[in-house]
Design a protein around this ligand. Structure first.
Ligand code: MEV
Length: 445
């Protein structure tokens, strides 16, 4: 406990003023924290030279790499452990908002997390069964043998690590043509792997035995991304929140719970915190996205995956959804950046990584709805967006601060800003300098 406190204090000190440092100093601080080593810094400094041969191992028809900016979310203390959280993302203000909100929580509250359930789901579909009752009786009688055979023949590695197939369930689905579809669910603990490959092997392995025994036809076998059997939970508790602000946050939460149009945007904001970590750690963000959205709709209406409520003097937030990840397998240990990202967080298990993602998603959500219910999104989001507009308009090094300042003025006067403002400001500036009237294409070019 004492050591943790000391460590958390060290993180707090080294993250203080972090965003104001230049890139070199930020990396020096991360080195001081022990989350980066000299070779990591060299890797981060290497531009455009990630091993193309490595890319050939991942995908087909390789022509190169697509780069995303990679930053660090600061100030996160989750379950009393301080983290430097790598995020690969193109959207302005995500990392700034996450770090700022995490600082607020570090000072006035806490973030705790847990994983509920351990098994992921694989599906075996029998599109049309002739006799469902007979089919389910046979499969049910054979259930224990199937599980034992799978653990012996396919999942022995998982069993050795404390996982393996644990259950088999049968579902009956009414077809629109009046017939019956049968779906078998296989539940397996895949330990620190995301488990897609092993689960797909397990469900495919059962195809022939099931067909032989039941005389029914298996039509397809694949894992499900709606993993409601393994839920990641994050909880934020905040003290001393101004009652008016707490009430507005609660109202924003209710909006997202009741209205699917708002829920979609709310959940997008939550995923703003999650996807960048998935990308940085080489995890399958499409799988998590589909699982989170499907879970959000599991009541029959698409709802928010976060909730904020006042509990006595406290403001309490909860995130609940499946985030099934791996820290072994896939590209997590092959891609040097993914490997480095995992090392930076000193992550010990897949569950811990999922919980960090859930926590960052919840904190990101709080940052967004706090801004939306107070100053609005323009201030935080667009001010930073000005930088992109300035660069997009083609401003050169010396012109950047002048254009940015003028755009900030326009923003505070009109609450609006766009690329055409940036182009106009730049034209004006260059016009003042050389009295020549540049065309839009020249400005952008
Ligand atoms: C923008 O990327 C995310 C937000 O729209 C999220 C939200 O509305 O809660 C700001």
């Amino acid at each position: 406990m004492g050591m943790e406190k000391n460590m958390n204090q060290q993180y707090a000190e080294l993250f203080s003023g972090f965003s104001k440092l230049d890139r070199k100093d930020r990396m020096a601080r991360l080195k001081q924290l022990g989350v980066l080593e000299e070779e990591d810094i060299q890797l981060l400094n290497r531009r455009g030279s990630l091993d193309v041969e490595l890319a050939e191992k991942f995908i087909e028809n390789v022509i190169g790499y697509f780069y995303l900016p990679m930053g660090v979310a600061a100030n996160f203390v989750i379950n009393n452990k301080a983290y430097a959280i790598p995020m690969a993302v193109e959207e302005t203000s995500i990392i700034a908002a996450a770090s700022k909100t995490a600082k607020w929580i570090r000072e006035k509250g806490e973030i705790t997390t847990r994983t509920i359930g351990q098994e992921i789901i694989g599906q075996i579909q029998l599109a049309k069964v002739n006799d469902f009752e007979n089919f389910s009786r046979i499969v049910f009688n054979e259930k224990q043998n199937f599980i034992e055979e799978l653990n012996r023949e396919v999942c022995h590695g998982l069993v050795r690590r404390g996982g393996g197939v644990r259950d088999l369930q049968i579902r009956k689905i009414q077809r629109p043509d009046g017939g019956i579809m049968a779906v078998i669910h296989l539940l397996a603990c895949t330990c620190d792997a995301m488990g897609a490959n092993i689960m797909n092997q397990a469900v495919e392995y059962l195809k022939i035995p099931i067909e032989k025994l039941t005389h029914e036809k298996v039509t397809m076998c694949i894992l499900s991304n709606l993993v409601d059997s393994k839920i990641t939970e994050a909880r934020v508790e905040l003290n001393d929140v101004e009652p008016e602000m707490a009430e507005k946050i609660e109202e924003a939460s209710l909006f997202a719970e009741l209205d699917p149009y708002r829920a979609a945007t709310n959940n997008k904001g939550v995923l703003n915190g999650i996807d960048p970590i998935l990308i940085a750690t080489g995890n399958d963000w499409r799988a998590v996205e589909s699982g989170v959205h499907a879970y959000a709709a599991s009541s029959g209406q698409y709802r928010s995956v976060t909730k904020w409520k006042r509990e006595g003097e406290k403001l309490v937030g909860l995130f609940e959804a499946p985030i099934v990840l791996g820290v072994v397998g896939g590209v997590t240990r092959l891609h040097p950046m993914a490997k480095m990202s995992l090392k930076m967080m000193n992550i010990n298990s897949a569950d811990e990584l999922s919980e960090v993602c859930a926590a960052v998603g919840l904190v990101q959500n709080l940052g967004a709805i706090k801004a939306l219910t107070s100053v609005g999104i323009i201030e935080g989001h667009m001010k930073l967006h000005i930088k992109n507009l300035t660069l997009g308009a083609g401003a050169e090094e010396k012109e950047i601060p002048i254009v940015q300042k003028r755009l900030e003025e326009i923003l505070s006067l009109t609450s609006r800003i766009s690329m055409s403002n940036a182009i106009d400001v730049l034209k004006e500036l260059r016009g003042q300098k050389n009295k020549s009237n540049l065309k839009e294409s020249e400005v952008l070019g």
